[in-house]
Design a protein around this ligand. Sequence first.
Ligand code: HEM
Length: 362
Amino acid sequence: MAQKIEYSEYLKLGQLLNCAEPRSYALGRPSHDEMLFITVHHSYEIWFKQLLFEVDSMLTIFAQPKIQEREMGILVSRLQRMVEILKVLVHQVDVLETMTPLDFLEFRDLLYPASGFQSLQFRLFENKLGLKSAQRMNYNSLPYHQHLAGTGGAQARASEEQPTLFECLEKWLERTPFLQTDSFDFWTSYRQAVEENLNEEDRLMRENTFLTAEEKAKNLEISQRSREAFLSLFDDAEYAKQRADGSWRLSYKAIHAALLIQLYRDEPIFQLPFRVLTAVLDLDALLTQWRYRHAIMAQRMLGHRVGTGGSSGATYLKQSAEQHRIFTDFYRLTTFFLPRSKLPVLPPEMRRSLGFSYSDGE
Ligand code: HEM
């Protein structure tokens, strides 16, 4: 049986709480807000550790050739936990902003050239989610890993070689059954439904008596452009071209599966996969929110100064907020949704397969 343990011993509070040492106090020019600055950074790093723990556990589940339904539930709850942690991380900026730019200037010179840019855990998190080094913005003309201290650079590089959450999701999507069965070919039926829908929209526009001939021509031209965008998804060569130029990242098969799951999410079997996709959208949104929130805070604190790490400060942070996004394909996919009423009707045997065994398939 395990020995009885005391609270502070279990949590190793001696070590944890004694590592906050404001430099301004050590140097005899105390600056009150430096303590808050350190506490907030420590909290972030502790949460980064938890995020890495969660993402690693998901990568282990995804590494299996087949994922059991029970494990799908675990994946969803781990993703949702990460989403909740990210909400805390976004909110924590408010606490740091109780420090004014003048308070920050009191001790900022003591930080040079340290910067959050050197946070190894943050880089590992980005890499494990699926940020590619080629996608990263240049920073002082050096690759990001050369800014990391000690073995940090090598660790970050090594993490780039490991499977990422993005790639695992892609492979899992590619394994989705039901894209083509004896009774239902999703892609062909969907294309037909899309074309019918677009024709119907054009017809309504032509018959609209409130529009002038000129307005109708203009609207039809716009409609033609959206038709081309829509139909480009059904052209695999065009998709391959767009994937090569970086507009899409997911494989063609994974895109089909993601669309199938989104459109037929009400079918019981797609419920958990749908929640996975929704949590991934939330994750991407919150990480982007954190990046923007941090960028705006940096701008408030620094104005047009460069960051302590030497970057263009807030400008670098704002640009990277968009450029470093990972799961944008899942957002872009929404462009190709049709309302439920316009979706191809599933044949009864397909609906039965998508229901649970106790369902009567009605
Ligand atoms: C007064 C508060 C803060 C200011 C003014 C600030 C400013 C900056 C600036 C200017 C950069 C760009 C790199 C550089 O030139 O230094 C940066 C990067 C970064 N900071 Fe902060 N920061 C603050 C607080 C925080 C906190 C609390 C965290 C939490 C860990 C953090 C994490 C990061 C990370 C991870 C990066 C790298 C972002 C990337 O490359 O996408 N920062 N910060």
